[in-house]
Structure formats: structure tokens, C-alpha cells
Design a protein around this ligand. Structure first.
Ligand SMILES: [Mn+2]
Length: 266
């Protein structure tokens, strides 16, 4: 895949190797570097879209930023009329990017693909916990959640009482693309926790859950959302690379490239 200059790029890739509150497997700080490495070996030609996304749209790679700097960085990219593609790092970073996206898009909603509801108010007093990220995002804008298969009683009670439960789509009912699309507003930010995939596809993540989505199921959701909505930003988080196991790194590199392709082919 070929990189372009910032001025010629529709997409700006922002690595954010943030890791502070991971609960089980560690190493998500190594996620962005693994994705970027796999990217070097990716075909420019997208076999589904029959085009070279990098040449058509322009993709530029920025230097890694801290979580603290992510909001300002994302805001600049959006102001410059480009689409940020953020590579994590721990899921808690998404709220910073969502704040930036919301500042420029008043009707913003978030699509979360994830195994976990991430609706805990806090964990041991920490509101910045990665398992609280969707609770924080709901304080910024509405969200639709898909691929879910793990949550606590507290999260379930909150979802039921707040009405969020209606916008939570569990992994055993993936044939809900239309519903997901209908629940999102026209301006969408997409956050993809790589553990949305079945562990057969994605072993390299800190908190794997059985029963996840497969490659083409995830694409079916993303293809429709990218086609029908204005997607103003994307992140891919929680990849924890395993030494000697490169397929998951390549999967996420290709997924990010495919999403850019969906947006560029509109
Ligand atoms: Mn998760």
C-alpha cells in the first residue's frame, strides 16, 4: 500500500498506542505498529471493490499520538475535511475521537462493533476504564452496538432502564444490518473493537469471547453503513499482537483498508 502526503490524502491514519487499564491480556500498545507492519504487505488493489484505494483517495500516516493529544489531532483532521482512521491501543481512547467528531457533527451517532457492551459506569473508581468507554460515549452522543456477547448485571440493568437495550444487537442475531442502519443518525463514527470477531479469526486481543462475528459478517455491516451514512471517523482498537501469529494483524490492516475503500468508492 502506498502512502500519500497529508495535503493529497482523504484518509489520515493516526496510531494511538495507548494502554493504561487493560484488564486481562496486555500488549495493545503494540497494536498500531503491528497493523502498520502488515500494511506494507497488503495489496493496493482491493479485490472486492476492484480499485486501488490508496491511489484513488490518498492515505497518509501520521506519527503516533498519546490519548491526551488524540482529541485535538482528530479535530484538526476533520476540520481539514479528511477522515481520521485511528489505530489503537486501548478502547478508552475512542471517547477522545468521538468528542472531536461530535464537535463538528452535531447529529453524530456511534456504531460500536464489539464483544463487550462496555457500559460499566466505572471500574474500581476509574471512569476511564476501557470497559466503560461506551458509557462515556453515551454521555456525548447516541450509539448502536453490535456483535455483543458479554456484559455484567450492572450493564444490563443500565441498558434496560436507559432504553439502550433496544440499540444493542447480540452476536447470535447478526442478520440485523437494516435495523442497525435505521437506528444510526446520518453522521456516524465507527469504533471497532477487534474482539467483535470470533476468536477463530481474532486470537490477538486481551479479552476474547467465544461466538463472535466472522470476516464477511463484519463486512456486511460496514459496507451498508459506509454506503448509507456519512462516516466521519473510524477507529480499530484492542489488537494485542502475538509474536509469530501474523494473521490477526493482517486481518485488521486489511479491514481498515477495506473500510477506507467503502468510503472512497461512494
Ligand atoms: Mn471488547
Amino acid at each position: 500500500m502506498k502512502q500519500s502526503k497529508y495535503s493529497n490524502s482523504r484518509f489520515v491514519v493516526i496510531p494511538c498506542p495507548h494502554e493504561a487499564t487493560t484488564s486481562y491480556g496486555k500488549g495493545t500498545k503494540n497494536g498500531p505498529a503491528a497493523i502498520l507492519k502488515a500494511w506494507q504487505y497488503l495489496e493496493s488493489f482491493d479485490e472486492e471493490l476492484k480499485m486501488e484505494t490508496d491511489k484513488k483517495a490518498g492515505i497518509c500516516m501520521e506519527k503516533p499520538v498519546t490519548k491526551k493529544a488524540l482529541c485535538a489531532k482528530t479535530l484538526k483532521v476533520i476540520k481539514d475535511k479528511k477522515t481520521p482512521v485511528i489505530l489503537g491501543g486501548e478502547h478508552s481512547l475512542s471517547v477522545e475521537a468521538v468528542k472531536a467528531a461530535r464537535a463538528r457533527n452535531p447529529r453524530l451517532s456511534v456504531l460500536q462493533l464489539d464483544a463487550h457492551a462496555d457500559l460499566r459506569d466505572s471500574y474500581k473508581g476509574n471512569k476511564d476504564f476501557h470497559g466503560s468507554v461506551m458509557r462515556r460515549i453515551l454521555e456525548v452522543c447516541p450509539a448502536v452496538q453490535a456483535g455483543l456477547r458479554s456484559l455484567s448485571q450492572e450493564e444490563y440493568d443500565f441498558a434496560r432502564k436507559s432504553g439502550q437495550l433496544e440499540k444493542m444487537h447480540f452476536a447470535d442475531h447478526v442478520d440485523v444490518v437494516e435495523k442497525i442502519v435505521s437506528q444510526l443518525s446520518d453522521q456516524v463514527y465507527i469504533t471497532i473493537d477487534v474482539d467483535v470477531f470470533d476468536p477463530a479469526v481474532m486470537l490477538s486481543t486481551g479479552t476474547p469471547e467465544p461466538g463472535g462475528l466472522f470476516w464477511y459478517e463484519v463486512l456486511d455491516i460496514l459496507r451498508e453503513v459506509c454506503k448509507l451514512k456519512t462516516v466521519v471517523g473510524v477507529d480499530l482498537v484492542e489488537l494485542c499482537p502475538i509474536k509469530g501469529l501474523t494473521a490477526p494483524d493482517f486481518t485488521i490492516a486489511k479491514l481498515a483498508y477495506r473500510v477506507m475503500g467503502y468510503l472512497a468508492s461512494k
